[in-house]
Design a protein around this ligand. Structure first.
Ligand SMILES: [Zn+2]
Length: 212
């Protein structure tokens, strides 16, 4: 089973990808993780990527494609895989077809922008133990303090309203054509990314039953 998951930052697709990966026994491939992994292992590709990133450049589609092509040959991809965070534009989507062959489904998690802003700007984390909180949905027992270790909670710099809105704008501009691309191929499934995580997962999992 070959899947692509699409969703804006904060839509929860990483969590859903992990659950689907477990349920169907297929690999979860995040291109961000792939890049970091190559750099950590110091491969030829990794060295190239480090160089580009150190000079503030963007890693080209060619490099990411080459990395993906290698990754899907690995053993854990025999039954299939889920791509998370790729493709981000139509050129990448077209290139992806050459690497993977026909995809089975592309799942798009839809969450309204104001919900995302609310989710992300309310996030707080503990700098000591890493525990995550949300001011509304999962607040600490004592305001501003970690339940487990008492440290002062912090907000990630990227989680301020302006940055989040800007990322959403970029997401919509580049991803809308990708969504159309897959809709035209007849393999797009859209699902609401709002509500209970298990409910969202079950909806998608049952739609995927029967695909090999
Ligand atoms: Zn803590």
């Amino acid at each position: 089973m070959k899947l692509v998951l699409i969703g804006c930052p904060g839509a929860g697709k990483g969590t859903q990808a992990k659950m689907l990966s477990k349920k169907f026994g297929i690999a979860h491939i995040s291109t961000g993780d792939l890049l970091r992994d190559q750099m950590k292992r110091g491969t030829e590709l990794g060295k190239k990527v480090s160089e580009i990133m150190n000079t503030g450049g963007l890693v080209s589609d060619d490099i990411v494609s080459a990395m993906l092509a290698e990754r899907i040959k690995e053993d854990d991809c025999k039954k299939g895989y889920i791509l998370d965070g790729y493709p981000r534009n139509v050129a990448q989507a077209e290139g992806l077809d050459d690497i993977t062959g026909p995809l089975d489904k592309v799942i798009c998690y839809e969450v309204a922008d104001d919900v995302i802003v609310d989710r992300m700007t309310g996030r707080r984390s503990c700098p000591e133990c890493g525990k995550m909180y949300h001011l509304t949905y999962n607040p600490p027992k004592t305001e501003g303090k970690c339940d487990d270790c008492g440290a002062e909670l912090i907000q990630r710099k990227d989680d301020n309203e302006e940055t989040v809105k800007n990322r959403l704008k970029v997401y919509h501009e580049t991803t809308a054509p990708v969504i159309d691309y897959y809709r035209n191929k007849g393999i797009l499934m859209t699902v609401s990314g709002v509500g209970d995580i298990e409910d969202i997962f079950n909806k998608v999992a049952s739609a995927l039953e029967g695909i090999n």
